[in-house]
Design a protein around this ligand. Sequence first.
Ligand code: IPE
Ligand code: IPE
Ligand code: MG
Length: 239
Amino acid sequence: MRAVPRHVACVMDGNGRWAQRRSLPRTAGHRAAETTVIDIIEAARAAGVEWLSLYAFSTENWNRPGAEVDYLMRLVRRVVRKHAPLLLARGIRCRFLGVADPRIPRELARDFDDLAALTADNRGMTLTVAFDHGGRRDIVEAARSLIRSRTPADEVTERLFADHLPFPDTPDVDLVIRTSGEQRISNFMLWQVAYAEWVFPEVLWPDFRAPEFLACLRTYRRRDRRFGGVPPLTDGDPS
Ligand code: IPE
Ligand code: IPE
Ligand code: MG
């Protein structure tokens, strides 16, 4: 097993509670999340993580009040534009996973496309921002794509199925970090997390920083990943 997980995925949770604890509007928590996002991108890159995925907005998040959704759309646009030069300079390749709903402002979708094009040749780390993402939707879309390709049912394998998911070059997730103490998947990269290790730090996302991220990587290193096998060295017998 690699000492550093190749693919780390974060469910950035707890912004609203961070704000509520300070008697601030929930949007203040989202604004405070920006610093964490940049910190974690830098920390992951420096630690040798090759793939970092951040869950920024789920297909279910459309159920939030309109004002909060609008705020998030504006905030994400500002963050994407502001940090594009830094991401380019750091050699980070950026991608946006999801982004299918017509309610997404056209200018935001364009900024996503621009940043992806700007950084497409970077080879440092691949940053996937899951925005208007739903794991189930991706699986349904893959099934539709397979059916359209007229692949005979008997020829459908897990590998072939995965080739029809968006960004099929994405490796399986090794480590999922969900902040704020919540312990659920919330429809995040369902296919790719099939054998991921999970950690659930109590800290709220706006307070999550490089030291807490590195602690998660250390926790991962102590895990025994068996993939259905038996512990190494013992062949399964008590030693
Ligand atoms: C995560 O923080 C950010 C998004 C889902 C966009 P929340 O807004 O879910 O924060 P809590 O869970 O209400 O504290
Ligand atoms: C998951 O967080 C989605 C993102 C972090 C973008 P939520 O806060 O929306 O998830 P639930 O509603 O608690 O499951
Ligand atoms: Mg939440």
